[in-house]
Write a protein that binds this ligand. Structure first.
Ligand code: ADP
Ligand code: MG
Length: 310
């Protein structure tokens, strides 16, 4: 039986009805991060030596992925992430979005059996460079998850913990200001200012996610990665977070996964569409969604954004 296109459109929305934030602020934005020839596969447990970037000795050697029993999650993906923009990663479940996002701050390193080859650059520098420790990298490239995951600490400590750990703020008075600044930025300060000592977990889901975003910005990272940050939230909280993301991109670069195409249209400047590990389309959001770019939008992408995916 074929898809009921009218019904699918009703559920997923129609790209022609979306509102777009418009063109990127900069005509020629800086490239903040770059992904080049990225291959990621999952499989059997790896030896210590083979773990992490497969090609430590030769990042262009992708042969390891061909070993028996491995699943390719990301296949030969190359893309730039521009400074002060929101890049939306879209595509059906299982197409490799989270795997790609996790590669950007080396969170796949800790997954047994995950093999990565290719090049990942931050400000033109290899993120696997010897002098860029994963902890330092994650200070520069931080992550917000789908399910709000506040630390088992007070609201105040959730925001103060990172900056203290990284020696960003030392004096107590300064820390109070810092915490207030980031809670305010996240649109949360007024709601929590009288209960800063309460547990982070005592907040509502939407508030917890804003707390997690405050925690992410508190260490003043250059890039913030978000994996379906609104997926577990109600529409009002989602609207809050969307507004917040548009604010955040003024000081940070954002890469975000979303299944909500109207959201991608509203808040992203560029979009990358993935299908079974491959990137089929990449470009300015409006051009991809409306098929107005120099290159015609890939048919599978067009079907996906029109809500008639095949
Ligand atoms: N930790 C893991 N171990 C083994 N396979 C994984 C793991 N994480 C993801 N995969 C597989 O990699 C592919 C891509 O998954 P994922 O990156 O989570 O996709 P998405 O975020 O687009 O839904 C899927 O086939 C998934 O089953
Ligand atoms: Mg995912």
């Amino acid at each position: 039986m074929g898809l009921n296109h009218a019904l699918v459109k009703k559920v997923f929305g129609d790209a022609s009805a979306y509102t777009f934030e418009g063109a990127p602020i900069e005509e020629h934005p800086n490239v903040k991060m770059e992904v080049r020839d990225l291959h990621i596969s999952y499989g059997h447990r790896l030896t210590e030596r083979a773990r992490g970037l497969f090609g430590k000795r030769n990042p262009d050697n992708h042969k390891g992925h061909e070993r028996k029993g491995r699943t390719m999650a990301v296949k030969n993906v190359s893309l730039p992430i521009y400074e002060n923009e929101v890049l939306a990663l879209i595509g059906a479940s299982g197409c490799g979005k989270s795997t790609l996002l996790r590669a950007l701050n080396r969170m796949n390193d800790s997954i047994d059996g995950c093999l990565t080859s290719g090049h990942l650059l931050l400000d033109g520098e290899d993120i696997y460079a010897r002098d860029l420790e994963p902890e330092l990298l994650r200070r520069r490239v931080s992550m917000v998850f789908q399910k709000p995951n506040p630390l088992a600490k007070s609201i105040y400590e959730n925001v103060a913990y990172g900056p203290r750990l990284h020696g960003l703020v030392s004096k107590k008075g300064h820390m109070d200001d810092h915490v207030e600044e980031h809670l305010s930025k996240a649109g949360l300060f007024d709601e929590v200012k009288d209960r800063l000592k309460d547990e982070g977990h005592s907040l509502s889901g939407g508030q917890q996610q804003r707390l997690c975003i405050a925690r992410a910005t508190s260490i003043e990272p250059e890039v913030i990665l978000m994996d379906e940050p609104c997926a577990s939230l109600d529409p009002i909280s989602t609207a809050h977070i969307e507004e917040l993301i548009s604010e955040i991109r003024k000081d940070h670069t954002v890469a975000l996964i979303t299944h909500n195409l109207a959201q991608a249209a509203r808040i992203s400047q560029r979009v990358a569409h993935f299908h079974m590990g491959e990137m089929l389309s990449y470009g300015k959001t409006k051009e991809i969604f409306k098929d107005e770019g120099d290159e015609p939008t890939h048919e599978t992408t067009r079907n996906y954004v029109m809500g008639t995916f095949g």
